[in-house]
Design a protein. Structure first.
Length: 503
């Protein structure tokens, strides 16, 4: 087992191939073996992540992955496929840091249940990916894609642009062709946004489909891990591998799953399916609107019956959302830290605040910890219960459930996000064309949400969101697969260079 190896393969040769083509077979050559694919991924990491444009998405990788892929080539449903894992999910090989120096030595020696499931399914853990530190919950002024452990991740489509969300490294790594797939995690937008701006498929499952045990937490009601891949089929395959019950995570015992999320994807159809169009979530950008209209035309040609859905976000939703997250952050982080093996390191959220204060030069050069500090004060259980009930009502019974039922539609669609913005460590995240996307409804409700690439604005990818009701994960995946087959938009390739206007 080794950490990063800084090799010097010919950069020009690798830049001449797209991420997808890096491991694809040619018309005359046989398909590469899992061992060969793993070796190619490592070569790309060495050349494009550690050197060259320095995408900086992979914190550590396993140099023995090719041999492990060879050994697993006939195992399970994944058959030696390589997977990168967001560094808030525990794997036995390496420390799990959540991007913070406070957990730099958090080597628990254990696999999260979702990782144990992955390995049993024949998956090979290739390495750990960078993330927005503490999954972007430390500060209200943070820059997505930065952590004290991993530094700043760059977007392969435009290296001066942001990777978005806390699963930033997972998104950039798959866009750059560093693994077959990646595991991200989402509380509110942290799978969907990085998948959208990195030109990927990202699937946020219903909360409870995948175990959260041994995953550094934010929210007991919204957190979930999920797949980030190049195709809908691959996302469904990876979800099948990692899903499962876990007695330590009771919500998983309530979930309704299917045995194989890839079943029926090849024949999935939207013919006669009523789809709700959330025009209030299209935003103000004419270029995003144009992409969305093309996607809607594709859905119509695929046989979908489109129904305009009226929705306005209730103001009280935002008044309840942050207090719920901060209350759950304090309680869940305290449980996680106190339950780590051994006695060294932080054991509570208060310890993290003290660590950041003592190490402000390394941890807080670019932004502070106002949300951590506010979470320490968010202790009113009655207020929490009231706010949670408000959120559940507004996003479920009076949100997605009502929109689906009242309009007699099976799914809701909108753009996922606009094109990514220029990264600015000094001023933090910014974006233009406000009001784009409605993924927060699925995130807060705990319902399934897929984003599928629908084109690009000035060579910057933009995704199409498809959301459904609770436990309708398989149906949402099939709808995503049907759209993917019908899509007519041209998708860009990563440039591994700073952004330039389209010619």
């Amino acid at each position: 087992m080794k950490t990063r190896i800084f090799g010097r393969p010919a950069l020009a040769l690798l830049l001449a191939t797209t991420a997808t083509a890096a491991v694809a077979q040619t018309a005359s050559a046989p398909a590469p073996t899992p061992e060969q694919e793993a070796a190619t991924y490592i070569q790309r990491i060495e050349t494009l992540d550690d050197a060259g444009p320095q995408i900086n998405s992979v914190i550590v990788y396993d140099a023995d992955a090719p041999a492990k892929a060879r050994a697993a080539a006939a195992a399970g449903i994944l058959k030696g496929r390589t997977v990168l894992v967001k560094d808030n999910v525990e794997t036995a090989e390496w420390p799990t840091t959540a991007g913070s120096l406070a957990l730099a030595n958090n080597a628990t020696g254990r696999d999260a249940p979702l990782i144990a499931n992955l390995r049993r399914a024949g998956g090979v853990v290739l390495g750990k990916t960078n993330l927005s530190e503490w999954a972007n919950i430390r500060s209200s002024d943070s820059t997505s894609g930065w952590s004290a452990v991993g530094g700043l991740t760059k977007n392969p489509y435009a290296t001066d642009r942001n990777t978005c969300g806390s699963s930033s490294g997972s998104g950039a790594a798959i866009a750059a062709g560093f693994a077959w797939g990646a595991i991200g995690s989402e509380t509110n937008g942290s799978i969907s946004c990085p998948a959208s701006v990195n030109g990927l498929v990202g699937f946020k499952p219903s909360v409870g489909i995948v175990s959260r045990t041994h995953v550094v937490p934010i929210s007991s009601t919204q957190d979930t891990a999920g797949p980030m891949t190049r195709t809908v089929y691959d996302a469904a395959l990876l979800l099948t591998a990692i899903a499962g019950e876990d007695k330590a995570d009771p919500v998983t015992l309530e979930a309704t799953r299917v045995a194989d999320y890839t079943a029926g994807l090849d024949t999935a159809s939207l013919k006669g399916v009523r789809v709700g169009v959330m025009r209030s979530a299209v935003g103000s950008r004419a270029d995003v609107k144009a992409l969305f209209e093309t996607a809607l035309d594709d859905l119509r040609r695929a046989g979908a019956e489109l129904v305009d859905v009226e929705y306005k976000t209730p103001g009280e939703m935002w008044g309840a959302s942050l207090p719920v997250l901060l209350f759950e952050l304090r309680t869940e982080m305290d449980k996680y830290l106190a339950g780590r093996p051994g006695t060294a390191g932080p054991r509570s959220l208060a310890d993290l605040v003290a660590f950041n204060t003592a190490n402000a030069d390394k941890e807080m050069r670019w932004f502070g910890q106002d949300l951590f500090e506010e979470a320490l004060k968010t202790t009113d259980e009655a207020a929490y219960a009231k706010n949670l009930a408000t959120l559940r009502r507004l996003t479920r019974a009076e949100g997605i459930d009502k929109l689906l039922a009242d309009n007699k539609v099976s799914f809701l669609v909108s753009p996922t996000r606009g094109p990514t913005w220029s990264t600015d460590l000094v001023n933090g995240d910014t974006s233009a064309g406000g009001g784009i996307g409605a993924g927060y409804l699925a995130a807060i409700a705990g319902y399934p949400h897929i984003t599928v690439p629908m084109g690009a604005v000035e060579n910057l990818p933009v995704g199409l969101s498809i959301m459904g009701g609770q436990w309708q994960d398989h149906e949402v995946l099939k709808a995503g697969a049907a759209y993917e087959k019908a899509r007519t938009a041209t998708l860009p390739a990563p440039t591994f260079a700073p952004w330039k206007p389209a010619e």
